[in-house]
Ligand binder design. Structure first.
Ligand SMILES: *Cc1c(COP(=O)(O)O)cnc(C)c1O
Length: 347
């Protein structure tokens, strides 16, 4: 495998001159300046100024946490925006292709459709693992990216490290590892492998373990070269100032999140045991995430029964390999108790 970023990036983006914002052209320093450069309202209210387009302070905190330099980070309005930037940087509409492995996160397919990219799907095995031999067979000269979600949504399992490694080594395009649920998994993040694999992009998010789905902050970690390309095409002020401030504030209290993740893992275990002894549950799939995929006797029936009782779960039955499956997010101890008592009452 030889990875040459110039062969992968869309040609017009190589020479693209990105939009240069007022805050890009003038770097704020300690000195008190009078800012008359961005047509902002000058009266202070906490948000009257444009946010830092480079998110320097937040990137320092995240870089420290992830053990990478800030030049290896790109932030997005949720990881969904990052996934879209990856399509727009590397995949030429009506020409290029990507590979995904269903059942998996639905956004890859939607983004492929929005960007007019052909989607080649290679099913996961019955135990939701990668079938690397089949994936490698599907790679064509037009294949620009492979999207892996590990731990995978909706199945909950992590993929075997040796399979991901095999793909990184056999494919000369981009391999995206979506680690939205990595904080719940025993495996190490692929961030530690970035110096070995120049074609690797890892995405993470503050939406799940960090409890900040509402502020929309996705994290992309990759080589300096890949990050600088994505930076060229990102909207200049994609991370608003409230998000930047709140993320820095919350990340300074990491003890709280470590404790919450620990609690959710204990709750997942408890929920797993109790679901296994529920009369209409056939299979509880092993999970490295904050949810459980569960095969029941009749998913539509059980889904509606639960809604009637005031509990909303996700019916994943229409996903490949997930017939009659419901996906349960792990709630608080109290919420899970309520769920279990309802499940025990249903017949
Ligand atoms: C929830 C989820 C995301 C979305 O993350 P945001 O940062 O909230 O956009 C990405 N990937 C997977 C697999 C998810 O389940």
């Amino acid at each position: 495998m030889s990875f040459d970023i110039r062969k992968i990036v869309r040609p017009h983006i190589v020479n693209l001159k990105p939009y240069s914002s007022a805050r890009d052209e003038f770097d704020p320093t300690e000195k008190e300046y009078v800012y008359l450069d961005a047509n902002e309202n000058p009266f202070p209210n906490g948000v009257n100024r444009y946010p830092d387009p480079q998110q320097r302070n937040l990137k320092k905190v995240l870089g420290h946490r992830l053990g990478v330099g800030t030049e290896q980070l790109l932030l997005g309005n949720g990881s969904d925006e990052i996934l879209d930037l990856i399509f727009r940087a590397f995949c030429t509409p009506n020409t290029d292709r990507i590979i995904t492995m269903p059942p998996t996160y639905g956004m890859y397919k939607v983004l492929a459709e929005i960007n007019c990219i052909t989607l080649d799907e290679v099913s996961l095995s019955d135990d939701f693992q990668l079938v690397t031999k089949d994936i490698i067979k599907r790679i064509s000269p037009q294949t620009k990216a492979i999207f892996l979600c590990s731990p995978n949504n909706p199945s909950g399992n992590s993929f075997r490290a040796e399979d991901i490694q095999k793909l990184l080594e056999s494919f000369s395009g981009i391999v995206v590892v979506d680690e939205a649920y990595i904080d719940f998994a025993p495996q190490e993040s692929w961030v530690s492998q970035l110096s070995t694999y120049p074609n690797l992009i890892v995405t993470q998010t503050l939406s799940k373990a960090y409890g900040m789905a509402g502020i929309r902050l996705g994290i992309c970690v990759a080589s300096k070269d890949i990050i600088s390309i994505l930076h060229k095409i990102k909207p200049p002020y994609n991370i608003n100032s409230l998000t930047q401030e709140r993320a820095i504030e919350e990340l300074s209290n990491s003890k709280k999140y470590i404790a919450q993740v620990q609690l959710l893992l204990e709750e997942r275990k408890r929920l797993e045991v109790q679901l296994q002894s529920t009369s209409f549950v056939d299979v509880v799939y092993p999970s490295d995430a904050n949810f459980l995929l569960v095969r029941v006797d009749d998913a539509a029936k059980r889904y509606h029964q639960l809604v009637k009782e005031g509990v909303v779960v996700r019916n994943r039955s229409n996903q490949q390999g997930c017939a009659e499956c419901l996906r349960f997010s792990v709630g608080t101890a109290e919420e899970n108790k309520k769920l279990i008592s309802i499940l025990n009452r249903l017949s």
